[in-house]
Ligand binder design. Structure first.
Ligand SMILES: Cc1cc2nc3c(=O)[nH]c(=O)nc-3n(C[C@H](O)[C@H](O)[C@H](O)COP(=O)(O)O)c2cc1C
Length: 224
């Protein structure tokens, strides 16, 4: 698959077939993805890959904490955009599209809660990659490198017929991952990537997110 095709094809997958992903494929993806650039080649990323019983336990514990009203405790805060902003508006647009596809009326609190649970279950993907960094690194320093490796993983996954969803929901309760995925306190847990074979019949997978035209976000100088 050529690079432009992969970039166009990648999208967040929120419904998966139960088929397991062979460890050898995940190894190849991570091995290749570690070719991603990083500041001064520091390679701050660390991967914890979950499947099988461990993943089931993590899913269950995440959902238990969510439903018990436990306050979120993320070690890397993603959701902090101003309420009256284009960023918030884009979030609302996405939610509206997903709820429409999933037939979740705005006022149906139960269905909305069930949808929220799916995120905390990693959308029932058969495998999950948790990305962490050592706490000796600054909080923001490694994030650009982490972004690069995450996108590289997502693009490589396509090569193997796999889909992905980058997820901060999946690391909302780091205590669960520390306990069952044995990620020590010395590591800051940044992000999760759900990974598996897409179920193309799952309605939310039909989502088509928009992008701002680059004319609105790009300044060109010295091209006249
Ligand atoms: C840092 C980050 C965190 C995200 N967290 C979630 C999440 O918790 N749940 C979810 O359903 N999607 C999550 N996403 C996926 C975004 O919603 C998605 O990338 C965006 O809507 C663009 O859609 P696309 O990936 O289909 O192109 C996250 C993406 C990023 C980059």
């Amino acid at each position: 698959m050529d690079v432009t095709e992969a970039v166009k094809k990648r999208k967040s997958i929120r419904g998966y077939k139960p088929d397991p992903v062979p460890k050898e494929i995940l190894e190849q993806i991570l091995d290749l993805a570690s070719r991603a650039p990083s500041a001064m080649n520091t390679q701050p990323w660390e991967f914890t890959v979950l499947a099988g019983n461990v993943l089931e336990t993590v899913r269950r514990s995440n959902v238990e904490l969510l439903n018990s009203g436990s306050p979120p405790n993320p070690e890397h805060v993603v959701v902090d955009w101003p309420r009256e902003s284009i960023y918030r508006q884009r979030q609302v647009d996405l939610a509206k599209q997903l709820f429409k596809l999933m037939d979740i009326p705005r006022e149906d609190k139960e269905k909305r809660a069930k949808w929220m649970e799916r995120g905390f279950r990693y959308f029932d993907a058969p495998a999950v990659v948790i990305i962490s960094v050592d706490r000796c690194l600054s909080e923001s320093g490694p994030l650009i490198d982490i972004g690069a490796v995450i996108q590289t993983i997502c693009l490589l996954a396509l090569h193997f017929g796999l889909g992905t969803c980058i997820e901060d929901q999946g690391v909302t309760y780091p205590e669960v991952l520390r306990k069952y995925a044995r990620i020590p306190d010395s590591k800051r847990i940044i992000m999760a990537i759900a990974i598996g074979y897409p179920d193309w019949d799952f309605p939310a997978n039909k989502v088509e997110t928009e992008r701002e035209p680059i004319d609105n976000i790009t300044a060109w100088l010295g091209f006249d």
